[in-house]
Design a protein around this ligand. Structure first.
Ligand code: SF4
Ligand code: SF4
Length: 422
């Protein structure tokens, strides 16, 4: 289980270190938005009608949009005063040049955004961004498509947003993945296109850490984007990435002109500073020792904790239990299945089997640090007695003490045997 995934020491800086004085921050953000609006819209009518028109096509009212801006502002851990500025930034985002590269992947992120029956404002915004190059939806093909990518890089040098989906195969000098009429490798294209981007976002687990293409034995030597470029890469892992986290990261870039604060795995702290377990609505059952032990059992009907069915929520950092998926109404545990840990590096190797607790994973809670085995044995006693974390702690401690005692007895008896032999 990843030892490095410890965001407990995270210090939140909602004003992103852009100035010490809050008034100065707002002034600088407003100036930046004014200048971007001037650059990207032809006039006031164009600017005011842009998102309004887009949303009205999807039945999203102005009121819904205001509510959504407030939701995104709080998800991004920004003060409420930023809410109208977040709305302005979302509007500008739809006019910012984009290049979206697809590498080795299932295109699950693209599918999740473009095929939603009732898209959320975040998904609508992603559908309407000014994508200058995206193989799956663009009209040009072959040489024309390649020319468009090269032209966008040249024309919008330092300004375009680069989104990469999928892992980069590096084996055989990248030849496991060739793209386009000239047969350039994904590795070459990813490197070239990263060089002059304004900001680079790796979307999904494959682009962030290699994901499933990089799972053992990783025959194509696939890696995440950050391993092939020396530019800063913002990772938005998950399978698929949550549109709220993608749009929030890009909106922040429009607001302040730089990447959000990132953790040691390159993830924006506002989205990935907590574990799913910290905010899960089943957490009370975890503490009370009430677990689903078989699919469809009484515990499942009562929505008990899914830890014993393999839930990886205690080891996974993401905001799924807060912002949720599918029109912000659900996430795996609400649907009755545990988290599979898809936001963590190497989750396919480290989090499997998905429906069993990981034997060597450390559960770290106040007073408790135990592997699933120690935890499970302690739990049987604790659940039987109907008591919670401190009982589990006592159980774990007792189990460790009894293990130490038996090890000591064994070593004493070995010493006696040695003495007898002498
Ligand atoms: S183990 Fe999973 S289901 Fe149980 S409380 Fe934690 S996140 Fe929720
Ligand atoms: S709940 Fe777990 S498996 Fe599902 S998207 Fe979130 S991190 Fe991935």
């Amino acid at each position: 289980m990843p030892e490095e995934d410890n965001n407990f020491n995270f210090k939140w800086d909602p004003l992103r270190n852009i100035a010490d004085d809050p008034d100065e921050v707002l002034k600088r953000v407003d100036e930046r938005l004014d200048s971007l609006e001037k650059e990207r819209f032809s006039g006031k009518k164009d600017k005011d009608g842009n998102l309004e028109n887009i949303f009205s096509l999807h039945g999203v009212t102005r009121r819904d949009f205001i509510k959504w801006s407030a939701f995104l502002t709080s998800a991004m851990m920004l003060p409420y005063i930023f809410s109208p500025r977040v709305a302005r930034a979302a509007n500008i985002l739809t006019r910012t040049p984009f290049i979206w590269l697809d590498m080795a992947d299932c295109m699950g992120n693209t599918e999740a955004f473009i095929r939603t029956a009732h898209p959320t404002p975040a998904e609508i915004i992603l559908n309407y961004v000014s994508v200058d190059y995206m193989e799956s939806i663009m009209a040009p093909a072959g040489y024309q498509a390649e020319a468009r990518r090269i032209e966008t890089v040249k024309k919008h040098k330092g300004k375009y947003i680069l989104v990469v989906e999928g892992a980069i195969p590096t084996g055989l000098n990248g030849k496991f993945l060739t793209i386009g009429a000239k047969g350039d490798s994904g590795l070459k294209i990813a490197k070239e296109t990263s060089k002059d981007a304004g900001i680079i976002v790796a979307i999904g687990n494959c682009a962030s850490y290699g994901g499933i293409p990089a799972a053992r034995p990783n025959p194509t030597s696939a890696v995440g984007l950050s391993s092939v470029t020396n530019r800063q890469v913002i990772n938005i892992p998950a399978c698929p990435a949550n549109p709220v986290n993608v749009v929030g990261t890009l909106v922040e870039y429009i607001l302040v002109g730089k990447a959000p604060q990132l953790d040691s795995l390159g993830r924006p702290l506002w989205a990935y500073s907590g574990r799913l377990h910290d905010n899960c609505y089943r957490r009370g059952h975890f503490e009370a020792g009430e677990y689903v032990r078989q699919w469809g059992d009484e515990g499942a009907k009562k929505q008990y904790c899914l830890y014993m069915m393999g839930c990886k929520g205690p080891f996974t950092w993401n905001n799924c239990t807060v912002v949720e998926y599918n029109q912000d109404i659900s996430f795996p545990m609400r649907a009755g299945h545990g988290c599979i840990g898809c936001s963590q590096p190497a989750f396919w190797d480290r989090m499997t089997p998905f429906e069993k607790p990981n034997a060597d994973a450390k559960i770290i809670l106040p007073m408790v640090e135990a592997t699933a085995d120690e935890f499970g044995v302690a739990l049987l006693g604790a659940a039987g007695a109907g008591i919670a974390a401190h009982a589990i702690y006592t159980g774990v401690k007792k189990k460790r003490e009894s293990k130490k005692t038996s090890e000591k007895k064994k070593s004493d008896s070995d010493k006696n045997d040695d003495n007898n032999d002498k």
